[in-house]
Ligand binder design. Structure first.
Ligand code: NI
Length: 267
C-alpha cells in the first residue's frame, strides 16, 4: 500500500493543472483508480489525458476517460509495443480513434534504448501513424528515447503537424529545432531531479507558449516523491521548477501550460 498516493496528507498549492500524459490505464492503478480519479479536481488537477501504447491500453484509455468529464484519451502504438502493429492493428486503431474522448494519436515514436523492435519497423510504424494523424487531423504525442537523429529526420517531413515531444530528454538545441517547427515540448518530474540540468536547459530554450506539463504516471514521480508511483497532483513540483526557469509564478505557469494544452489538443 505504501506506493499509493496519500491524498489525505497532500495539500494542493495551486489549481488548474493539465496533466497532458498520464497512464491511468496502467495496472498499477487498478486497485485505487476508482477513488483517485474522481478526487483529482479537489487536488488541483483540472484535466488529464490518459495515453495508450498498444490496442488494449488504448481501449482502456478511452474507457477510463469516459468515467469523468475532465479526462481525455490518446491511442496509438508505442515503439516498444508493436506486437499487434500491422494492417489489422491499424484498422483497430482507426476504430478506437473514432471515440469522442480521443484528443490525439499517441504515444508513438522511436525508442532505441530497448531493442525489442528494430529501427526499421519502429520508423515504419512511426511514419504510418504520423500520416494517419495528418489524415484524421489529430495532434500527435511523441515518445523519443536515444533516437534524436532519426526522430528529427522523420519529423522534418511533418512540420506543421500539431504535436508534443513528451517526457523530453533531449538537448536545448533539439528543443530549439522542434519548437521552430511548431511542436510543443512536455516535461515530467525529471525536471525536478538533482541531475536535471539538461532538461532545465532545454526547458529554458522552449518558448513559454510551447510548454506542457505531464506526469507520465505511474513513472517519473517528481521530487519529493521520486521513486514512488506518480499521479497528476504531483505536477505542482514540476510547475514550481518550470516557473523558476521561466521567471513567472507557479500558478501563472500552470495556467499558461494549461492554455497551451487546450490549444494543442483542442479541448
Ligand atoms: Ni508515456
Amino acid at each position: 500500500m505504501s506506493e499509493y498516493f496519500d491524498a489525505g496528507s497532500f495539500t494542493p498549492r495551486y489549481h488548474g493543472i493539465f496533466d497532458t500524459h498520464a497512464h491511468y490505464n496502467d495496472q498499477r492503478f487498478d486497485d485505487d483508480r476508482a477513488t483517485l480519479l474522481p478526487a483529482l479536481p479537489s487536488l488541483g488537477v483540472s484535466n488529464a489525458i490518459v495515453v495508450g501504447y498498444d490496442i488494449p491500453s488504448s481501449e482502456k484509455a478511452v474507457e477510463i476517460a469516459g468515467t469523468e468529464p475532465f479526462l481525455y484519451a490518446a491511442a496509438g502504438f508505442h515503439p516498444e509495443n508493436l506486437e499487434e502493429y500491422g494492417e489489422e492493428g491499424l484498422e483497430k486503431l482507426r476504430e478506437i480513434l473514432k471515440n469522442d474522448k480521443i484528443v490525439a494519436i499517441g504515444e508513438i515514436g522511436l525508442d532505441y534504448h530497448w531493442k525489442e523492435f528494430g529501427p526499421d519497423i519502429q520508423q515504419r510504424a512511426f511514419r504510418r501513424q504520423l500520416e494517419l494523424a495528418a489524415e484524421l487531423n489529430l495532434p500527435v504525442i511523441i515518445h523519443a528515447r536515444e533516437a534524436t537523429e532519426d526522430t528529427l529526420r522523420i519529423l522534418a517531413d511533418f512540420k506543421g503537424l500539431p504535436g508534443v515531444l513528451h517526457c523530453f530528454s533531449g538537448s536545448a538545441e533539439t528543443a530549439k529545432i522542434i519548437t521552430g517547427w511548431g511542436f510543443y515540448v512536455g516535461f515530467t518530474g525529471v525536471l525536478t531531479f538533482k541531475n536535471g540540468r539538461k532538461p532545465a536547459e532545454a526547458c529554458a530554450e522552449v518558448p513559454i507558449d510551447r510548454l506542457l506539463m505531464e506526469t507520465d504516471c505511474p513513472y517519473m514521480a517528481p521530487e519529493p516523491w521520486r521513486g514512488k508511483r506518480s499521479c497528476s497532483p504531483m505536477i505542482q513540483s514540476v510547475a514550481e521548477k518550470m516557473a523558476e526557469i521561466k521567471g513567472v509564478t507557479p500558478q501563472e505557469m500552470i495556467d499558461i501550460a494549461a492554455e497551451n494544452a487546450k490549444r494543442l489538443f483542442r479541448v
